[in-house]
Design a protein. Structure first.
Length: 340
């Protein structure tokens, strides 16, 4: 879910065209959650094949990646590894919310409330080992590289961006900025026309780009202080302080300089123990990452893709072939030098 900084973080709208000829590291788990959440039938049931196997993630990966390549973007997907122990509470809480939403989804279906059913169903998405393996298999067949992170995918993607191996990190979560990503792109994998919840209203979602250096300069702080603001608000690794949101955390860090002094200032010294503070800072400032990856793109193995999606999971052959045509742009991209 990531940290919520509200309107404090400056963002600028952009288009897929603005990202053409760029290499973008995509937070794979984040993208898969979006596909599993959004790509559903009217009553909230995920797309499935004849055997009852969920295929929403495969559909999202194929068609969204095809659109990115057609726009001249060279994507690389970065998968999460082993989560930090401090994240266990957050993961348990998410599971509880998913379980509750699943029950509410079933109840809404029983009473014929399709709108509520779909809304609740979108909150039940789970990424299984099988989904991960299927996604990696499809990416390999499409000729799109992926990287297995040792821990947080966003940390690995941010590291690759800092090294200059990729232009930006694509994720809905702003945590990538805490990990030091120079550029963060949001909405990359959900760009397009989307329906507002509980309303018969559609909006156009466009990519947004955020520059860490500009954000820190506008706030007048350094990255460590941005991390301290996150600790006060609450991260995936701690609960934060009740009643403190983005603006209040910013005011406190500007006045006190760091989270320890901020807690003293509001009379909550020790509310977050020093070991936890130090550990969270270290997670963001010195994350576990790897250099064991190769970024190499190639043209899709058309026969393999069609066999996997059409023969195995009953996708429409004409639609898959139409999507594969968009990968023709990859031939042009492979001939170009990296542009940053």
């Amino acid at each position: 879910m990531g940290v919520n900084f509200g309107d404090l973080i400056k963002r600028k709208s952009c288009s897929l065209k603005d990202l053409s000829n760029r290499i973008i590291a995509i937070d794979a788990y984040n993208a898969l959650h979006q596909f599993l959440s959004i790509i559903r039938q009217r009553d909230g049931t995920p797309l499935m094949d004849a055997k009852g196997r969920i295929t929403s993630h495969l559909s999202g990966l194929l068609y969204r990646t095809a659109n990115l390549v057609e726009a001249g973007i060279k994507p690389v997907y970065v998968f999460d590894g082993v989560p930090h122990p401090l994240k266990s509470k957050t993961l348990a809480s998410r599971k509880e919310r998913k379980d509750a939403a699943e029950q509410e989804w079933k109840e809404a279906l029983e009473r014929g409330d399709i709108e509520t059913a779909r809304k609740k169903a979108q909150q039940t998405s789970r990424i299984t080992d099988e989904i991960i393996e299927q996604s990696k298999e499809l990416l390999s067949a499409l000729g799109i590289p992926y990287v297995q992170a040792p821990s947080e995918g966003e940390a690995q993607a941010s590291y690759m961006a800092k090294k200059g191996d990729v232009y930006a990190v694509a994720s809905q979560d702003i945590d990538s900025l805490l990990f030091g990503a120079p550029l963060l792109v949001r909405n990359l994998t959900i760009t397009g026309r989307r329906k507002l919840p509980n309303k018969q209203v559609y909006i156009k979602i466009e990519p947004e780009i955020m520059k860490l250096e500009e954000i820190l300069r506008s706030l007048g702080i350094v990255r460590k202080q941005l991390i301290d603001m996150a600790i006060l608000i609450g991260t995936d690794f701690n609960d934060g302080i009740e009643g403190i949101g983005p603006k209040r955390s910013y005011e406190l860090i500007k006045r006190a300089g760091n989270v320890e002094n901020a807690l003293i200032l509001i009379g909550k010294e020790g509310a977050i123990d020093q070991k936890t503070i130090d550990t969270i800072r270290n997670i963001f400032l010195n994350p576990q990452v790897t250099d064991d990856y190769t970024l190499k793109w190639r043209l899709p193995d058309t026969e393999n893709v069609i066999h996997m999606l059409c023969d195995e999971y009953q996708f429409s052959r004409s639609r898959v072939e139409s999507a594969l045509e968009k990968f023709n742009r990859m031939e042009e991209l492979l001939k170009q030098k990296r542009l940053f």
